[in-house]
Design a protein around this ligand. Structure first.
Ligand SMILES: Cc1cc2nc3c(=O)[nH]c(=O)nc-3n(C[C@H](O)[C@H](O)[C@H](O)COP(=O)(O)O)c2cc1C
Length: 202
């Protein structure tokens, strides 16, 4: 299996990147090929709404995402990690996700077939503790991201309270939470850890 791992935090090797790396350790098999990209290291801008993709079946902006599109079209799984910023995904992640509009255009404006089916896994972490609507914004953003990129199986893994309980391998609650996940992902599912309580729902 080929996996595209996307690190969507502005900070290197902090909660989001640790979440991604520890998750991949558990999810990926030895034979899997992982291509990891850090959005903070890429040079790209958000969608300019030029609708070039209404005429040609690709994004006409030429930047570091030009190569990434090829990955999105060829991988078997996307694991996308982001912190929550202002109740949404990070700005880096949002600009990246807006550029997936090309796949919406290909499908609905150009009436071409969808790209390869894959599994989509979003790893979302936020600093706030026990805030009821904390994950609603990112969930809606990923819903459209998964649809645009033809992720037929959709998994959300959500961790709150990172300000007081940072993500790392010594965080027992976090590690115990990851151990409860069924990494075969037989169905769409949301796994949530907040304030020490684990809430898993279909
Ligand atoms: C600009 C900004 C906005 C944030 N907004 C929220 C928020 O709305 N909800 C929340 O739970 N945490 C919020 N946080 C906290 C981050 O989600 C949290 O610290 C996260 O673990 C940071 O990930 P990192 O360690 O990879 O940078 C915000 C942080 C920043 C810098």
């Amino acid at each position: 299996m080929k996996i595209l791992a996307i690190m969507g935090s502005s900070r290197k090797n902090r909660n989001t990147e640790k979440f991604l790396d520890i998750f991949l350790d558990k999810y990926a098999d030895k034979d899997d090929e992982i291509v990891k990209i850090s959005l903070r290291d890429l040079d790209y801008k958000g969608c300019t709404s030029c609708y070039g993709c209404a005429k040609v079946p690709y994004c006409i902006i030429k930047d570091d995402l030009t190569e990434i599109y090829k990955l999105i079209e060829s991988v078997d799984a996307i694991v996308f990690a982001t912190p929550i910023y202002f109740n949404s995904v990070s700005g880096l992640a949002k600009n990246f996700i807006d550029r997936m509009q090309v796949y919406w255009s290909i499908k609905f404006l150009q009436k071409l077939g969808p790209i390869k089916e894959k599994i989509g896994i979003a790893l979302i972490n936020g600093g706030a503790f026990n805030e009821p609507k904390q994950f609603v914004g990112p969930e809606l953003v990923f819903d459209h991201f998964f649809k645009a990129t033809t992720c037929k199986r959709r998994i959300l893994v959500e961790v709150g309270n990172t300000d007081d309980s940072p993500i790392n391998k010594d965080n027992e609650k976090f590690m115990e939470f990851l151990d409860q996940i069924d990494y075969d992902f037989p169905e769409n599912k949301t796994y949530k850890l907040d304030g020490g309580s684990i809430v898993n729902e279909n």
